[in-house]
Design a protein around this ligand. Structure first.
Ligand SMILES: NC(=O)c1ccc[n+]([C@@H]2O[C@H](COP(=O)([O-])OP(=O)(O)OC[C@H]3O[C@@H](n4cnc5c(N)ncnc54)[C@H](OP(=O)(O)O)[C@@H]3O)[C@@H](O)[C@H]2O)c1
Length: 311
């Protein structure tokens, strides 16, 4: 079977995308074949296109990129036992997999969650790459529970805006950093205090926190140690642990990695109950032109939430 897909034949800028007809690989026993309805732009997708990870994760060219996926199951491997043909599911496609920027994509059943009819396809298209890292960071590594205090850097980003809502929903006291234009919207999402990172030094305002979620890195990462209580946790999505600072401030420093249970179904439920909202700043068509325009838009604008790609 063949499909039309958005492929790259070399690493580079956004001009590398083109539409091609390619073979669909044979399904493995626990994989789903999806007729794709949507995807998103994640910072990770841009780094993959640029070849940032090519030493550790080199792609076989031509390659289909795109990590977030939502679509209808049209075929499934023999050992798939959680989903049926016809189900609409969303999930995260492996980077070396048959990516989401395509008419058909392949998704492992362990990376998928069923999308209820009440949920917008646009929301499901941008959910996995925000929900999974946010949930793993807050709860699996951050051990966040009700009543604890958490600072989430980059609150207006895809991961940050999701993390604020998940933390608030879990009963935490939530602080965040953002640009001034996002402050009111982040309060509406539930943030108790929003600090303008251009004019306020969070390390001079906050102290004695249980958890910091770092989506920014560099100096933001380094100063985050100062606001934690001894025994607190600093989970970064971008920086490897600085063991010297961790010892100096007696805190646990971690980089987001590891194998965790897939939390996507739990977050899908929160979205369909209206307890968590996705903000989609702009939508583009899911074809080579659309992917190029969407990634350029993401890189040249301060996006609040996500950019969606829809068939
Ligand atoms: N390790 C993992 O598994 C994993 C998983 C997911 C994501 N990530 C990484 O996590 C990072 C965030 O992802 P994302 O999807 O949320 O990105 P995003 O949507 O681009 O959001 C980044 C946010 O950071 C804000 N920001 C920039 N500088 C800041 C500063 N000094 N202080 C506070 N906020 C600042 C930006 O706000 P302005 O636009 O106002 O500047 C923007 O809202 C990316 O680097 C991504 O690659 C890692």
């Amino acid at each position: 079977m063949k499909t039309s897909a958005v492929v790259i034949e070399k690493y580079g800028d956004s001009s590398v995308f083109n539409d091609q007809i390619v073979d669909i690989p044979e399904l493995k026993s626990k994989q789903l074949l999806l007729k794709v309805a949507g995807s998103s732009v994640a910072p990770f997708d841009i780094s993959v296109r640029e070849g940032v990870f090519k030493d550790d994760l080199s792609l076989d060219m031509p390659a289909i990129t795109g990590t977030d996926v939502v679509g209808t199951i049209v075929n499934k491997g023999a050992a798939v036992d959680q989903f049926e043909i016809g189900d609409v599911v969303c999930g995260m496609v492996g980077v070396k997999g048959f990516g989401a920027y395509s008419d058909y994509a392949i998704l492992g059943q362990s990376k998928a969650a069923k999308v209820p009819k009440s949920m917008a396809i646009q929301d499901a298209a941008v959910l996995p790459m925000t929900a999974i890292p946010a949930y793993n960071t807050l709860f699996d590594l951050g051990k966040l529970v009700s009543g604890k205090k958490v600072l989430i850097h980059g609150g207006a980003g895809g991961v940050g805006s999701m993390a604020i809502q998940l933390a608030k929903n879990a009963g935490a006291e939530v602080y965040t950093t953002a640009s001034p234009r996002s402050i009111e919207d982040l309060k509406k999402l539930g943030a108790d205090k929003v600090l303008d990172y251009h004019t306020e030094k969070f390390e001079e305002v906050l102290s004695n926190l249980d958890l910091v979620v770092d989506t920014v890195g560099h100096d933001t990462y380094k100063h985050s140690f100062e606001v934690l209580k001894p025994g607190g946790r600093l989970v970064s999505l971008v920086e490897s642990p600085d063991e010297e600072l961790a010892e100096k401030y007696s805190v646990h420093a971690m980089y987001l990695s590891g194998k965790f249970d897939n939390p996507l179904s739990k977050v899908v439920k929160l979205v369909s109950e209206g307890k968590v909202k996705l903000h989609i700043q702009k939508e583009f068509p899911l074809n080579a032109h659309g992917v190029k325009d969407a990634q350029d838009y993401y890189e040249n604008n301060h996006v609040f939430g996500k950019v969606a790609l829809i068939k």
